[in-house]
Design a protein around this ligand. Structure first.
Ligand SMILES: Cc1cc2nc3c(=O)[nH]c(=O)nc-3n(C[C@H](O)[C@H](O)[C@H](O)COP(=O)(O)OP(=O)(O)OC[C@H]3O[C@@H](n4cnc5c(N)ncnc54)[C@H](O)[C@@H]3O)c2cc1C
Length: 283
């Protein structure tokens, strides 16, 4: 049970949502943007999230957009992971999204909610980070567009009152060769020990990780090591491991040492996939 009461508001335009947030914030009601709502329920029960006014974004049409338009795939932030999976416009996202949480939760968890989550795995961001999608953000000052590489630094960079509206992904990336491997410590659903996602672009291998550090990331230094032509396989892995950001997680899902051991094996698998001609192999 959630131990606090809140007003539930359902704006139908981006402007209305942003204005509501500002007014409720001025009234001291700790407004909370709500997409799938699973995190408010999960963290609210533990008294780790609190709000007196929840602003549900699901009635804003732009947050539900889903389809190809010109050179882009447009995906609204309020689409559930299941909706993205079923439509399967972006198979890389489908692969990652289809292993977040469990089947029932994925029907509620949204793309925007996962990317903006306080729970730090945020696995759905990985495909968007690797193809550097454009992020559409709304707030009191109107609408802005940013590349994901600028908008996401460990977590989504939103000013107070701003919210994520859409993700635009260039068509050319939708069928790029990718591989995604999620290792869990226990059970077949839920949080990762480590998730690795890789995509082969013209300029080389791109790699993103969740579950290794307390934030998901894509690292230029790691990619440089893995793409260095003069290195043999062992050197690529050794230098990539040295280039990983810190801290490495050391928690109930797995010790730091175990994570680094698992990571070494995952990097081997990624290089096998690359050397084997990018055979799609999602495990
Ligand atoms: C059982 C379970 C298992 C899970 N397993 C995984 C897992 O394997 N991998 C993983 O990555 N995550 C996992 N999670 C975490 C889950 O993906 C996140 O909690 C996610 O936030 C839930 O999405 P939601 O749409 O319900 O978000 P909400 O609860 O609606 O929102 C989450 C946060 O994002 C903010 N927010 C939501 N939408 C927007 C928006 N459009 N713009 C700005 N801010 C917004 C909210 O204010 C809130 O702070 C799991 C969660 C549960 C409950």
């Amino acid at each position: 049970m959630i131990s606090f009461d809140f007003d539930y508001l359902t704006p139908t335009t981006m402007q209305e949502a942003a204005e509501l947030f500002q007014r409720l914030d001025q009234e001291g009601k700790s407004p909370y943007y709500y997409s799938g709502g699973t995190e408010l329920i999960t963290l609210g029960r533990l008294n780790m999230a609190y709000s007196e006014a929840v602003i549900d974004l699901k009635n804003i049409p732009e947050c539900h957009a889903h389809g190809l338009s010109g050179d882009f795939l447009v995906q609204g932030s309020a689409l559930s992971l299941t909706a993205a999976e079923v439509a399967n416009f972006f198979p890389f996202l489908t692969s990652v999204a289809s292993q977040v949480a469990d089947h029932t939760a994925r029907g509620k968890i949204t793309i925007g909610g996962n990317i903006c989550a306080a729970i730090f795995y945020r696995e759905a961001v990985l495909p968007y980070l690797l193809v550097d999608s454009t992020v559409i953000i709304a707030g009191n000052k109107g609408i802005t567009a940013k590349k994901m590489s600028d908008a996401f630094k460990e977590k989504i960079q939103l000013k107070k009152g701003e919210f994520l509206v859409q993700l635009l992904t260039e068509r050319k990336w939708l069928n790029a060769p990718f591989i995604h491997i999620k290792r869990r410590q226990q059970w077949q659903t839920g949080y990762p020990l480590i998730t690795i996602a890789a995509l082969q672009a013209e300029d080389g291998l791109r790699v993103g990780l969740s579950g290794l550090c307390p934030f998901p990331f894509r690292s230029a230094a790691v990619e440089a090591a893995l793409n260095k032509k003069e290195f043999n396989r062992e050197e690529k892995i050794r230098e990539a491991l040295k280039a990983m950001p810190s801290p490495i997680l050391d928690d109930v899902e797995g010790s730091k040492e175990y994570r680094l051991f698992a990571l070494r094996n995952l990097l081997e698998e990624i290089l096998n996939w690359q050397e084997g001609g990018f055979k799609l192999e999602n495990t």
